[in-house]
Design a protein around this ligand. Structure first.
Ligand code: PEP
Ligand code: MG
Length: 583
């Protein structure tokens, strides 16, 4: 049995399906002589598809970001035409009887050795250009392979080095009942993705791909982070029983979707959903959320190989609004960087990506790009009750700069006589401690705030949310996190400004109790958790939550906080603790 980081609750028993991300090393695949010309054809087709993709990237990057950014991709495009690369791969396939991916791996290895000897830092960086181009070709080769090896009907537990945002579609296409990754912490994008799809997941199991092969039976408990490889009959039976109980309870709670989220004494917190897509917005309706408290627009950008145009964005935002519960959506502007990279911003490798050039720091340095997104949001907003949310704010100056850009966008739309919603509330995310500590001055400038507890926790604890080695620190049960949350909630109540919690804490029953007790009334979570939190709301008298809030900030260690909250949650509503992660 292995123990990893419990990132998404639930139990699964199924056969493993091992995927290596495009560039991960794998055993060479040998081919028969008869298969070689087909393989060369497959390689040509993948290069052609990668070339078309890059042409589109170049055009859009040039239009929206500028010439110098587009040059990066022109360089990549050039590499695709480089005979040294293309004919080298083909001759490896033909002479060594290997598949295209093996040949590409060998090429990368050879280049890596060559580049290692180069002193010049600028030239050294070109290695990442080669990797980028090769990854694109590999992606087309793997896209071609996966559907053949799986029908999509058999349940599988996906075992992978990591899950990339662009693989979200793959998860939906296959029948994935569990996820195990080597990398990733408890609130990284892969964990959030698994939680939003309601798929149990365990991360941080380094080296697991060396121990598992496709077809091995695995039993997994995403609540405790346990993974059994090739379990004996007894363990398998125990996990299958647990799985049935888990699903039975979860399904029973979903049936309560039409009941109101109201405490026994009549308090009505709002339970909202975090979504990435139209499918998520539909799930939010099915799960009984009353609106979308956080629409992460970056998934639109991450799953496009080039910058989406204003019209692309308008169509997608409109579709999400129309699918959302009560057509109520808080749309967040693009929040990339950190663990979510898109190729077209010319990202250079950074030593500390979460503290570097990410989110509003990127978008505000491309005014045309940012205003295109603002235009699309304001135009889509005529279709529902929409609010605009800006992530990763650190300073008052940033808020003022963004507001100025927003005013200019509105003037431009008026000049162009394009229909748009004029009265869209403007809010910021509080997820950087500097902003949280200056909440009183920021509140004067905005209509509402949203607490991003995933980032707030990682910054308060100085513990990377995506690094399993520090997952024990990047935990919301830290007394420091609760104290800062209380400070923010009090400020908002005092200034009568709406405040929503939209980090993963919102969907965790034990966190809900003290935060509700502190006066928080808006919780936005992965749709899958709405029924659980609703059940908890319906069992929780307000005074108990208020007492929990008072006591929790007096506790001095993480363990004491966790044990105390587990005890209260078990007393108030034992059902929901069965559905939560035990961390
Ligand atoms: C957060 O940081 O809590 C949040 C909701 O944003 P994201 O997880 O997308 O960074
Ligand atoms: Mg965040």
């Amino acid at each position: 049995m292995l123990k990893g980081v419990a990132v998404s609750p639930g139990v699964a028993v199924a056969r493993a399906y091992c995927v290596d991300t495009a560039l991960a090393q794998r055993e060479p695949q040998h081919l028969s002589a008869a298969a070689l010309s087909d393989e060369v054809g497959r390689f040509d087709a993948a290069c052609h598809a990668a070339g078309l993709e890059m042409d589109a990237v170049i055009t859009r990057v040039q239009q929206q970001l500028g010439e110098s950014e587009a040059d990066i991709f022109r360089g990549h495009r050039q590499l695709l035409r480089d005979p040294a690369l293309v004919s080298k791969v083909k001759s490896t396939i033909l002479q060594r009887h290997v598949d295209a991916r093996t040949a590409l791996h060998e090429l990368i290895d050879e280049y890596a050795i060559l580049f290692d000897k180069i002193q010049d830092e600028y030239l050294k960086e070109r290695m990442s250009d080669i990797r980028d181009v090769v990854t694109r070709i590999m992606n087309h080769l793997t896209m071609d392979e996966k559907p053949q090896s799986l029908t999509g009907h058999e349940p599988i537990i996906l075992v992978a080095p990591e899950i990339l945002p662009s693989q979200a579609l793959l998860l939906e296409k296959l029948y994935v009942v569990g996820i195990i990754t080597e990398a990733g912490g408890s609130t990284g994008h892969a964990a959030i993705l698994a939680r939003s799809l309601g798929i149990p997941a365990v991360s941080g199991l380094r080296g697991i791909l060396k121990e598992v092969v496709t077809g091995d039976l695995i039993a997994l408990d995403g609540r405790a982070g346990f993974v059994h490889l090739k379990p004996d009959r007894e363990t398998e039976a125990a996990y299958r029983k647990l799985q049935r109980e888990y699903f039975h309870l979860r399904d029973r709670l979903v049936e309560n979707r039409d009941q109101e989220a109201v405490t026994p004494d009549g308090t009505r917190p709002e339970l909202l959903a975090n979504v990435n897509s139209v499918a998520d917005a539909e799930a939010a309706v099915r799960m009984g959320a009353t609106g979308v408290g956080l629409y992460r627009t970056e998934y639109l950008f991450l799953t496009h190989t080039s910058v989406p145009t204003e019209e692309d964005q308008l169509a997608t935002y409109t579709a999400v609004i129309q699918a959302a519960p009560n057509r109520t959506v808080t749309i967040r502007t693009l929040d990339i960087g950190g663990d979510k990279l898109v190729p077209y911003f010319g990202h250079e490798r950074e030593a500390n990506p979460f503290m570097g050039w990410r989110s509003i720091r990127i978008t505000s340095s491309y005014p045309d790009f940012f205003q295109t997104q603002l235009r699309a949001i304001l135009r889509a907003a005529v279709h529902g009750k929409v609010s605009l949310l800006v992530p990763m704010i650190s300073t008052l100056e940033e808020v003022r700069t963004i507001k100025k850009m927003l005013r200019q966008t509105i003037e431009q739309l008026e000049r162009d006589k394009i229909p748009f919603a004029k009265d869209v509330p403007f809010g910021i995310m509080l997820e950087v401690p500097a902003a949280a500590l200056c909440v009183y001055s920021l509140l004067r400038e905005v209509d509402f705030v949203s607490i991003g507890s995933n980032d707030l926790t990682q910054y308060v604890m100085a513990a990377d949310r995506d690094n399993p080695k520090v997952a024990h620190l990047c935990e919301p049960f830290s007394p420091a996190v609760f104290r800062l949350m209380r400070y923010i909630i009090r400020a908002c109540l005092k200034h009568k400004k709406p405040v929503t919690l939209c980090g993963e804490m919102a969907g965790r029953p034990r966190c809900f109790l003290p935060l509700f007790g502190m006066g928080l009334r808006r919780f936005s979570m992965s749709p899958a958790f709405v029924p659980t939190i609703k059940e908890l709301v319906r069992c929780t008298p307000r005074e108990i939550a208020e007492e929990t809030a008072v006591r929790v900030v007096r506790l001095r260690t993480y363990k004491k906080v966790r044990n105390y909250l587990s005890k209260v949650a078990r007393q108030v509503c034992p059902n929901v603790t069965f559905l939560d992660t035990t961390r």
